[in-house]
Write a protein that binds this ligand. Structure first.
Ligand code: BT5
Length: 324
């Protein structure tokens, strides 16, 4: 989003229910009314619900709100997750920030959100594109009592929780690509999950569960390398409230995390299978020892992926990139 577009959005947010005229916005930012209109159209194009009424001006509907801890917490049905919360305008990475806070003693459920990340990260040092106001860039601190070997499956559980929260709160059916991607029905990636852990011997000190969801944004708002690959939830005309989605996410995550603590991934396997788009197809699997092509057969109670290779051998994949 260009600087000025962000400022116009901010001005509409501050105006609340009031209409702001194109003239007023033009004067404030030193641009013409036509230029204001172009920025408004661009904002509408990425899914911001802005009403434009002749002779009155522009008004932002509630769903285009900025993130505020009090507003999020007011509608939160959790007892732990999100009860301590920090919302930042800009941060390098919410995962990095939450990790440092957890090292300093932040309690279980502590949640960090940012409007924008300057160094959002994916797995293996890959970048996560996180422009201002376009998404939910969120990290949650967990302090589980289960052993280290059960940590990787927590990401799989989170994929199920997030997919269900997106369906409930945004009305979009997303599919899970093993292990940590959520895809739109047309295959573009809309969400990535990154868990990072601090452990001592066999004991987990804490896990930072990072979730990135593209809410607003058109094809052309993504950098060239992500066009056709990444997508967003909102469509013009069907607004999505990030606040409501975050509330739904934290609610789901807390309930599922409780079940996970007692029963492990076994309890989520069926839900995962129902939502997955990885099984029953030919995939390429990139592991540290090279690339293999095979038929994705099933996942097991530990969340491992079983792939049948061309020679008919079944291989268990615990950690890899899946390409299809
Ligand atoms: C992930 O990694 O998918 C995990 C992303 C986690 C991001 C959240 S945001 C809040 C928290 N704070 C952080 O710093 N991180 C977490 P991975 O599977 O490695 O995928 C990374 C790849 O996804 C990149 O190499 C790109 O190809 C693609 N990508 C980057 N930004 C994207 C975006 N906004 N939407 C869709 N795809 C993207």
């Amino acid at each position: 989003m260009t600087e000025i577009r962000g400022e116009i959005l901010q001005a509409l947010r501050r105006a609340g229910d009031r209409f702001v005229s194109g003239e007023e916005l033009g004067q404030r930012f030193g641009i013409s009314r036509t230029a204001v209109w172009k920025h408004i159209q661009a904002l509408q194009g990425v899914g911001y619900p802005i009403e434009a009424v002749r002779n009155r001006g522009y008004r932002l509907r509630e769903e285009g709100e900025e993130l505020r801890p009090e507003a999020i917490q007011a509608g939160l049905a959790t007892s732990v997750l999100g009860r301590h919360m920090t919302v930042l305008e800009t941060v390098d990475s919410t995962n990095r920030y939450a990790f440092a806070e957890a090292e300093g003693g932040a309690p279980e459920g502590y949640t960090v959100l940012a409007e924008r990340q300057t160094a959002g990260r994916g797995r293996r040092g890959r970048p996560w594109f996180s422009p201002p106001g376009h998404g939910i860039w969120m990290s949650v601190v967990l302090r589980p009592t289960f052993p280290v070997f059960r940590a990787p499956q927590l990401t799989l559980m989170a994929a199920v929780s997030v997919a269900e929260a997106i369906r409930e709160r945004a009305g979009v059916s997303v599919g899970i690509k093993w292990p940590n991607d959520l895809l739109l029905p047309d295959g573009r990636k809309v969400c990535g999950i990154l868990s990072e852990m601090s452990a001592e011997a066999e004991e987990i000190r804490f896990i930072v569960l990072g979730i990135g969801i593209n809410v607003f944004g058109r094809e052309e708002d993504f950098p060239p390398e992500l066009r056709g690959v990444a997508g967003s939830l909102a469509q013009p005309g069907s607004p999505i409230s990030r606040t409501a989605l975050i509330q739904g996410l934290l609610g789901r995550l807390e309930a599922d995390y409780r079940i996970y603590q007692n029963e492990g991934f076994r309890a989520f396997r069926e839900g995962w299978e129902r939502l997955n788009v990885s099984l029953g197809r030919t995939i390429a699997v990139q592991t540290q020892s090279g690339q293999k092509i095979g038929w994705a057969r099933r996942i097991d109670d530990d969340g491992a992926l079983w792939v049948e290779t061309d020679e008919g051998r079944l291989e268990k994949i615990i950690s890899a990139e899946v390409i299809f």
